[in-house]
Design a protein around this ligand. Sequence first.
Ligand code: HEM
Length: 464
Amino acid sequence: MPIFIPILGFLFVFCFFSALLKWNQVRYRRKGLPQGTMGWPVFGETTEFLKQGPNFMKNQRSRYGNIFKSHILGCPTIVSMDPELNRYILMNEAKGFVPGYPQSMLDILGKCNIAAVHGSTHKYMRGTLLSIISPTLIRNQLLPKIDQFMRTHLSHWENKVINIQDKTKQMAFLSSLKQIAGMETSSISQPFMTEFFKLVLGTLSLPLNLPGTNYRNGLQARKSIISILSKLLKERRESKEKYEDMLSCLMRGNNDNRCKLNDEELIDLIITIMYSGYETISTTSMMAVKYLHDHPKVLEEMRKEHFAIRERKKPEDPIDCNDLKSMRFTRAVIFETSRLATIVNGVLRKTTHDMELNGYLVPKGWRIYVYTREINYDPFLYHDPLTFNPWRWLGNSLESQSHFLIFGGGTRQCPGKELGIAEISTFLHYFVTRYRWKEVGGDKLMKFPRVVAPNGLHIRVSSY
Ligand code: HEM
């Protein structure tokens, strides 16, 4: 008799969990929705999604097709791996596809951050942002600052083992602080950086406002950053000095007074600029270093390009826009790095009303995961897609093709694309012309859901 008790217990637990799964499936069974599984109540299929990564997506696609339903990251979600539909969604925000980023991100980046605003507010915030990173300002103000920063940041790395992941993270943060407020080594930059790193962690957490959680720390970091930036605004208003940086442009507004932001909008825009460029630039730079290390022929070609630039200049001459234009191979290395490492897996949208998509009915408030990762490995678009081959980007127009979604597409396409490329190119310029490096080895790299080296990526550096 006692032997039946554990068996009965097991059967009970099995039936209970099967019923729970079934109930969650039935709860979301509505006429017209695409096929798919919804996983557990509340958690959905988040664990499988994070654990199996791209394989989860591929498995679901092989069972249900390019468009399927799931429940991930706290929301019922339609995943679209259909290139045509993805383009349609990105191009048609006005038809009811607003950004659908997680609650933690919206809470921590602020209600005026660009992903939280739509329609005319989005238009004027984006317009303001574009006006402070225009090609003219990149040429006259931002590139000189980036060059100055990189020269110093990349000094004295020789004969050391460094964690290139940490270095590129600091580089992305401090370089953007220099462009925004003209400072990278002031007394506020270190405390600002510490708070900023907490803010970033908080945006990718469960929105549980409990002591010790990344979410609570992120909210507190937001408060500290607001206080740092408010103090800076006050000092600027009281000062007679003339500044030339993003902050001064934003405070002046452009000639059209309607586009002058209030302090809350201005602070959220500054946080947006720092946040949007931070992980994309640092991770792409780190992965470029990794791929260049693993592909000596590519590194040789890069060095040729960069030493040719140095030969035209005196040692103290900064990189200018003409030099940037001549870095064709470097641009190709950056695109190939973003493609092969898939720095951005896709973008998130949310429906503002019930709608029909490709014959399916999608309810209001559902999230749509515009999953673009697989395009990067499509053998019809990229011959031998798993090979790191920057040459594929030269001499043809891959960059202008409709499937090129590394920087997003439509009304939300990355406004910082050229600025980001300028930063990574200048970083690589000083890195490959000053140093040789070898990986220490043994460091793990995770590719999903974010590209990250959990224990750092250590390299031994010597002068070139
Ligand atoms: C390699 C570097 C970069 C990559 C791969 C990248 C990628 C992207 C992608 C895929 C989007 C689309 C997001 C969406 O549709 O929801 C985006 C949007 C955005 N990016 Fe970038 N980005 C990079 C650098 C930068 C930099 C340096 C800035 C700083 C100015 C920036 C600012 C933004 C902003 C503000 C948006 C939102 C635009 C809007 O909603 O209208 N990005 N980026």
